[in-house]
Design a protein around this ligand. Structure first.
Ligand SMILES: Nc1ncnc2c1ncn2[C@@H]1O[C@H](COP(=O)(O)OP(=O)(O)O)[C@@H](O)[C@H]1O
Ligand SMILES: [Mg+2]
Length: 1047
């Protein structure tokens, strides 16, 4: 085997593998930002995001935080197989994924028995809701379950489209923007089976019910109903299909959106409602409410002469009352009048036009908003834990509106951004705290990190008595003339000096231009936002006239009567203002979140056009900034880029060090220490904590990873290319200069592994050999016994050896009679085999024989039967072929041929005929046909010898060519016996005997031949041996033939 070429091949392969690993890393950036070399550079951060985004790698970690970039297209990464890939796999071992985070959270909950929460943040359209759906789906598919729980899983999943229909809308930023905050708990029992769920909803953007910005829509459900509801349904609800006919649906001038199929979504919602426990009646009641909101929007007012207001759309109002299940005239009055209590007396006063419009809109918002809350409650009932389990744990999922900056920002944006401010605070608090705690538990000195603490902004908004919310509440409650502008002035008075607050009046020249007179600006952690104070007071008041509430309390629609409680009307205490309510619910949420172990998903939208493949750097940079990702990274990197538990580190890298491979038996910390010393880590590169190793620079980790990759590809190549290879070859391989430092590790590990393996193999072989010899000797001693355990190996071996030997030494031709001597146990079998083999060879030989040769052989066989051991000249004839004829065709006279006519000459030969009396020799031709022979003298046939009449053929036993054809004596026509001589006597006699079918008629006479001459006289031929052939007349008138002595 050539040593050089495979090594060369290996070298090239190794280089390729290494290079591709390096370029792959380069091309798709780092999977974890903490491994970014230049971690302070925002440009490097964004470049890494971009590279990965280009390759559809939308997920990247910052430590345990998952950053996700909205791909705006379906990726093939959410299948069931993918879920299986991530199940039970450690965070770092596999590419970042929302499933990895889901799985990790789930396992942390199970092993640490601590409640978890996953906080999903990001601006509108960044993919928060999609992420939360993926997480839920992951749990629904992968968690253990039973029939009952499968129903729960179904409900969990089905509640989504329903909530989205009622709580989501198309905005400029997201075609399916959640207009409410959602926190969902999934409860698991001690087996890890999901057993219940609970949803908390936050501040639905109710203003959308009555107004939408240009290019935006109302909540999906309205369009779904109009597009998907069948004709009968629309007739019962007194609705028309065209959304343009409804004032509440045309404000944004965008009734249809290409990316949304209202009809299909309607079907999905209608299917989901029964799954989450809605009866048919409830569905009908719910739809009545939705329709009534549309009718409310179309309720129009006229102005009376005295400034009073009346309804101009009478029929509409009757239908509206019917749908709401309330009394028509009471509703009419409540929409145009308000009830006041002055000095204990109730008074009714008419509303002016604006007041009537705003009362109507307030009713629409209240009806829709409260119905939404009822819907969430209803879903909660269907998800509620049926059997209370003591040992249950919870995973919370927070999908709440992201930071929002619009052209015109109002009360809703103020609340939304406040919420994000709170979440950011929590995030900083928890990540910093956990980082700090980790250093403490590991006994490693904490290095302080500078970060922006947004507490100051939170305080500005929420502080009691001094914060913006308190001032707003005060302004709403203050008797006397209050309006949005007075609120702004109050703000200027109270918080005007705050560094994060600016108004037109407070600003200097440059800023003044970008803040209008009706706006105040907050410098949020995420950026500056101007809020227009118009509508702040109203929205915060969220007032619904008491008489409208009274009407609604009496509704015979159970949903509405549940939403509008009588106590609310009786109770004179003013309910909390909207902003305060929201603040309190956020406080509660923070408490919930603080009590749990958090994980984070930070969503980023790559462009504003909702397009796949577009990465708008400015937009992304802005989000990276306000999501605080750089800070997050700095905190993570402040000390060490990377950390891992000792056992995990050792498990992964132990192949790189001979002392730790294959197993380390000492203390973990010593193992890790041995390993990193062996790898040549410098002191400043790492620290060993109590249970974890901390690595300062990403490079250190990369080199270690490279070594690991190389070693795995090396062992694979060795096995596929070499199978086994010698130490010498291996050393040559080591001489290949690839990457010395990495190779050093590889070399040592492979050397020790290789040596160990060789030694083990050698020892095993020795053991086997000794055992074999022992059995062999024993078998030899018992070889003459019956087949028994002592000799079975030996006898089998002998048999096996004989057969193996026989196979190689079989006779090659039929003439070869050799055959190996069999052992006693195989004598019979051997004989069978020999015969079989011989027969086989004969068959093969015969199959090969040509017809010509076959004829020859048959004649030779007959010759052998006649002459073998009888005549001296026979052995010499064996090697000479018999010819078809000894005469050419031309040598036979034409006349003779004509005389013979149809009897064809089969064989012709020249002979000498001796006269019977004087023995005078005469040359003749002997011609054989199929039935007779003729003696021819040139043109004349001298004698015809019919085979049938032939009495015999006599031949001498010596080497002469004399032969006599005996003819019948009684036949006078015959001339007596023919005495002939031919130098091919064996051939002639054989052919003649065969043709005449008289082989048994051939006599071989040792001394003399008697023959008959005509008329009964007898002649004799005497044979003797002499120095040379001679035929002459001898004594007593005999013919004397002297044959040549051959031997
Ligand atoms: N992982 C994803 N894969 C494919 N499309 C996504 C993904 N995340 C978001 N999207 C697309 O972006 C849109 C907005 O996402 P969504 O989760 O509703 O944003 P958010 O809740 O943050 O406002 C979705 O409707 C979907 O079209
Ligand atoms: Mg959403």
């Amino acid at each position: 085997k050539s040593v050089k070429s495979p090594l060369l091949l290996l070298d090239i392969k190794l280089r390729l593998v290494m290079e591709s690993a390096l370029t792959a890393r380069d091309r798709v950036g780092v999977q974890d930002f903490v491994l970014l070399e230049n971690y302070n550079s925002e440009a490097a951060f964004i470049e890494n995001l971009r590279r990965r985004f280009r390759e559809n790698l939308i997920y990247t970690y910052i430590g345990s935080v998952l950053v996700s970039v909205n791909p705006y297209k379906e990726l093939e990464i959410y299948s069931k197989q993918q879920m299986e890939r991530y199940r039970g796999v450690s965070f770092y071992e596999i590419s970042p994924h929302i499933y990895a985070l889901s799985d990790n959270t789930y396992r942390a909950m199970r092993t640490e028995r601590k409640d978890q929460c996953i906080l999903i943040s990001g601006e509108s359209g960044a993919g928060k809701t999609e992420a939360s759906k993926k997480i839920l789906l992951y749990y629904a598919v992968t968690c253990p379950t039973n029939d009952h729980m499968a129903i729960l899983g179904d409900r969990l999943l089905q509640s989504n489209p329903v909530l989205e229909a009622f709580g989501n809308a198309k905005t400029l930023r997201n075609d399916n923007s959640s207009r409410f905050g959602k926190y969902m708990d999934v409860q698991f029992d001690f087996r890890g089976t999901p057993v219940g769920g609970h949803i908390l909803n936050y501040l639905l953007e109710k203003s959308r019910v009555v107004h939408q910005n240009h290019g935006e829509r109302n909540f999906h459900i309205f369009y779904q109903l109009l597009d998907g509801g069948d004709d009968d349904l629309l007739i019962t609800l007194d609705l028309e299909r065209n959304p343009q006919n409804y004032r509440y649906l045309v404000k944004g001038n965008c009734p249809r959106v290409s990316s949304i199929s209202d009809k299909n979504n309607w079907k999905v919602v209608m299917k989901a409602l029964p799954v989450i426990g809605f009866t048919e009646e409830e569905v009908q009641k719910l739809l009545n409410i939705i329709a009534s909101v549309l009718h409310l929007g179309n309720t129009q007012f006229g102005e009376g002469e005295e400034g009073d207001t009346y309804i101009t759309t009478e029929t509409q109002t009757s239908n509206l009352a019917k749908l709401l299940g309330v009394d028509g005239s009471a509703l009419r009055e409540a929409l145009t009048h308000k009830k006041l209590t002055a000095k204990g007396e109730e008074m009714i006063s008419p509303l002016n036009y604006e007041q009537a419009v705003s009362a109507r809109d307030a009713l629409a918002k209240a009806v829709y908003g409260r119905t939404f809350t009822w819907l969430v409650e209803k879903i909660n009932q269907s998800l509620a834990l049926k059997v209370h389990s003591k040992d249950s744990s919870v995973i919370g999922l927070l999908d709440i509106y992201g930071f929002e900056v619009l052209q015109q920002n109002s009360f809703e944006q103020f609340c939304i951004n406040y919420c994000n401010e709170k979440l950011q605070q929590l995030f900083i608090e928890l990540t910093l705290r956990s980082e700090q705690e980790e250093y403490e538990t590991e006994g490693i000195a904490w290095e302080t990190v500078q970060y922006f603490d947004n507490k100051i902004i939170c305080d500005l908004i929420e502080e009691k008595h001094k914060g913006i919310i308190s001032i707003l509440d005060e302004e709403c409650l203050r008797p006397g003339e209050t309006c949005d502008v007075s609120f702004l002035e109050k703000l200027e008075d109270t918080v005007g000096s705050h560094p994060h607050f600016i108004t037109h009046k407070l600003a200097n020249g440059k800023t003044r231009r970008v803040v209008s007179r009706e706006e105040f600006r907050l410098l949020h952690y995420a950026g500056e936002v101007n809020y227009n104070v118009n509508g702040f007071l109203d929205k915060n008041n969220d007032l619904l006239n008491r008489n409208l509430k009274e009407v609604m309390c009496q509704s015979d629609n159970q949903i509405l009567s549940h939403c509008f409680r009588r106590e609310e009307v009786i109770d004179q205490k003013r309910p909390e203002m909207a902003a305060t309510q929201f603040k309190n619910s956020l406080m509660k949420l923070m408490e919930i979140l603080m009590s749990k172990e958090p994980s984070y998903v930070r969503c980023i939208k790559p462009n504003d056009a909702k397009q796949p493949g577009r990465f708008d750097e400015v937009l992304v940079r802005h989000q990276v900034k306000y999501l605080g990702l750089m800070e997050n990274l700095r905190v993570r990197r402040a000390g060490f880029a990377y950390r891992r538990r000792f056992e995990a580190f050792l498990q992964r890298y132990k192949p790189l060090c001979p002392e730790t491979w294959p197993n380390w038996h000492g203390r973990l910390v010593d193992g890790v220490s041995t390993l990193v010393n062996h790898l040549g880590y410098k002191a400043e590169e790492y620290k060993l904590g109590r249970s974890k190793i901390f690595i300062r620079f990403p490079k250190t980790l990369f080199t270690t990873e490279d070594a690991l990759e190389l070693i795995s590809c090396f062992s694979e190549l060795c096995y596929t290319n070499f199978g086994m290879f010698s130490l010498a070859e291996y050393k040559i391989f080591l001489g290949v200069n690839v990457c010395t430092c990495v190779f050093r590790c590889v070399v040592i590990v492979i050397q020790s592994g290789w040596r160990g393996m060789k030694a083990r193999r050698r020892a095993k072989r020795r053991r086997q050999a000794a055992e074999l010899i022992r059995r062999f000797i024993k078998g030899f001693i018992y070889r003459h016994e019956e087949y028994c355990p002592e000799n079975e190996y030996f006898l089998d071996h002998v048999r096996y050896s004989f057969l193996k030997n026989l196979r190689q030494n079989l006779p090659k031709s039929v003439l070869d009679k050799s055959w190996p001597t069999p052992p006693p146990s195989l004598v019979e079998a051997s004989e069978h085999l020999r015969r079989l083999h011989m027969r086989n060879m004969v068959i093969k030989y015969c199959r090969r024989v040509q017809p010509e040769w076959k004829k020859q052989m048959m004649q030779k066989v007959v010759a052998s039967e006649i002459f073998k051991d009888q005549k001296d000249s026979y052995p010499l004839s064996v090697g000479r072929l018999f010819l078809d004829s000894r005469l050419e065709r031309e040598q036979i006279n034409l006349k003779v041929i004509q005389t013979l006519g149809s009897d064809k000459v089969q064989y012709g030969v020249s002979v000498i005929k001796y006269d019977r009396r004087g023995f005078k020799p005469r040359p003749r031709q002997l011609l054989l046909t199929n039935t007779f022979a003729v003696l021819v003298d040139r043109t004349k046939i001298k004698q015809r010898i019919d085979y049938a009449a032939l009495r015999g053929i006599s031949v001498g036993s010596l080497s002469d060519g004399m032969f006599v054809l005996h003819m019948p004596t009684e036949d006078n026509k015959q001339k007596g016996d023919a005495v002939l001589h031919c130098s091919h006597v064996i051939e002639v006699v054989t052919k003649l005997a065969m043709m005449a079918n008289k082989t048994s008629y051939v006599n071989i006479n040792p001394g003399s031949i008697r023959f008959t001459v005509a008329r009964g006289k007898e002649g004799i031929i005497d044979f003797i041996r002499g120095s040379e052939l001679k035929v002459a007349k001898g004594k007593r008138g005999h013919l004397l033939v002297v044959s040549q002595r051959l031997f």
